[in-house]
Write a protein that binds this ligand. Structure first.
Ligand code: HEM
Length: 462
């Protein structure tokens, strides 16, 4: 690093491993402890130095300089193995072109159409979950969220078996992602069963997406308006050549699936779990959903009236932001505030850390959906949960609608009885902050049984 204020190193680095053991043991507690050491804090993953930006102002400043703080670092290197050079992982010089092509599919005016598809799919999937069945809510919400994203990409006609296979491989990929990313390159070549499973799942997800894309193209878009049809029809500027090659289409399909499934599912699941542990919140949520929906599946026109549901979703996003630890690579010697950073440095930021800063949120450890009461001063969504600058989440509007629709659809049809021993802390670190296994029994609303609100003991991820 060149001259400038020195970045403090977090205490507790051990020879050889640095802070890796502490990070892997209890990543959230580790992150919460970092701001005490300064606005920028250096940590060591083995020999790899990572500068964690702990100050929200400096995080924003970093995110808007996306050409200097480019996508890179161990997480994005792994993401490229699955999603190639798709929108989420491509470098800045490629990003503007892709974002321009894809943005129309996510603009505000498209949300009612997305919501209609979501509602149609939820109507097929949510009531079919099965009265009296005991399920893992993490798995079920993920399956439904995967269906939402796949339907937005390919339209609604996919076979359920395809969904199932993709979901299984994707689960393996996500479960191993962060651990695999933090493993030094030579060790990743060791054929440990977990690594082999991860690599094979990555290859299968990509291959399946390639098959689906080829089939879709061969079938013709038939006038459908979905993400893939828009990308297939997109033309390069001043030419009639396709703007994206076949490989690039697959990159985008894998990217949307990876970026859009587990994120929303995880926040929805946390919202259900947190509400169940807070009987007052649960009661208000049920009252609102009962009044607005009267037992049916929600649609776009219900969203503005599901105000408290949105507050609960927001608060779940704040407490457990799905994208919790993200990295960048410094492309040229630069400064961030008074700190000098050298080309090649790895910088990280953490929406989890930001959303637990007492300077931004009073009692950040407390689950309080009333923070998000409309008209209260402050942001409308938790600061930083969707990133910022040019690389801000393209699916933020999609996710906010989907979250409200899915929470309300589930609670409109089901009383969800969490099992007291049903919550197992997730094996962190994972790519998203999902709550781990959540065992719950579903009872049709109005069937007489009541939800055991507040009775569950939660193994809180640390
Ligand atoms: C609650 C749900 C979601 C959360 C919390 C979330 C969070 C994020 C965050 C933090 C980033 C920025 C990553 C970075 O700067 O390194 C991001 C980017 C992205 N997200 Fe989301 N996301 C969610 C849902 C979705 C959905 C539903 C989709 C698509 C259907 C999606 C697609 C993307 C894509 C493509 C990017 C890359 C954007 C770019 O670089 O231009 N996300 N998301």
């Amino acid at each position: 690093m060149h001259s400038g204020t020195t970045v403090a190193r977090a205490p507790g680095a051990l020879p050889g491993v640095g802070h890796l053991a502490a990070f892997l043991r209890a990543p959230l507690a580790f992150l919460r402890g970092l701001p005490a050491h300064g606005p920028l804090v250096e940590i060591l993953f083995g020999r790899q130095r990572v500068v964690v930006v702990c100050d929200p102002g400096l995080t924003r400043r970093m995110l808007v300089q996306d050409r200097i703080f480019d996508k890179g670092g161990p997480l994005y290197e792994r993401l490229r193995e699955a999603g190639g050079q798709g929108l989420a992982s491509c470098p800045a010089h490629e990003h503007r072109r892709q974002r321009r092509l894809i943005q129309p599919a996510f603009q505000q005016s498209r949300l009612p159409g997305h919501a209609r598809v979501m509602s149609e799919r939820m109507d097929a999937l949510v009531p079919a979950l099965g009265n009296g069945r005991t399920v893992d809510l993490t798995v079920e919400t993920r399956k439904i969220a995967a269906d939402m994203v796949i339907s937005a990409i390919f339209g609604t006609g996919l076979d359920q078996a395809v969904h199932q296979r993709l979901a299984e491989d994707f689960h393996t990929l996500l479960a191993g992602f962060t651990r695999y990313s933090l493993t030094p390159a030579p060790l990743r070549k060791v054929p440990l069963p977990a690594y082999v499973r991860y690599q094979e799942a990555t290859r299968r997800v990509r291959r399946k997406m390639a098959d689906l894309t080829t089939e879709y193209r061969a079938r013709g878009t038939g006038g459908e308006r979905n993400l893939l049809s828009m990308l297939i029809e997109a033309r390069a500027p001043e030419s009639d050549q396709p703007a994206l090659s076949d490989d690039e289409l697959v990159d985008q399909a894998v990217t949307m699936y990876s970026a859009g499934t587990e994120t929303t599912a995880s926040a929805v699941c946390w919202a259900l779990v947190l509400a169940a542990r807070h009987p007052d919140v649960q009661r208000r949520l049920r009252d609102e959903i009962g009044t607005v929906l009267g037992g049916r599946t929600p649609g776009w026109e219900d969203v503005p009236r599901l105000v408290y549901t949105r507050q609960v979703f927001n608060e779940a996003l704040r407490m457990y932001p799905p994208g919790w630890f993200l990295t960048r690579t410094v492309e040229a010697d630069t400064t961030l505030g008074p700190y000098a950073l050298s080309k090649g440095a790895t910088v990280a930021f953490s929406p989890y850390l930001t959303s637990h800063l007492p300077t931004l949120y009073r009692n950040p450890e407390v689950f309080d959906p009333d923070r998000w009461t409309p008209g209260e001063r402050g942001p409308e969504i938790p600061t930083g949960v969707f990133g910022g600058g040019a690389r801000k989440c393209i699916g933020d509007g999609f996710a906010l609608v989907e979250g409200v629709l899915l929470i309300s659809a589930l609670l409109s049809h089901w009383d969800i009885e969490l099992h007291p021993d049903g919550l197992a802390a997730p094996r962190l670190p994972q790519l998203t902050l999902n709550p781990g296994r959540v065992r719950a029994t579903l009872r049709a609303r109005g069937s007489g049984a009541t939800a055991a609100a507040g009775t569950a003991r939660t193994a809180r991820p640390s």
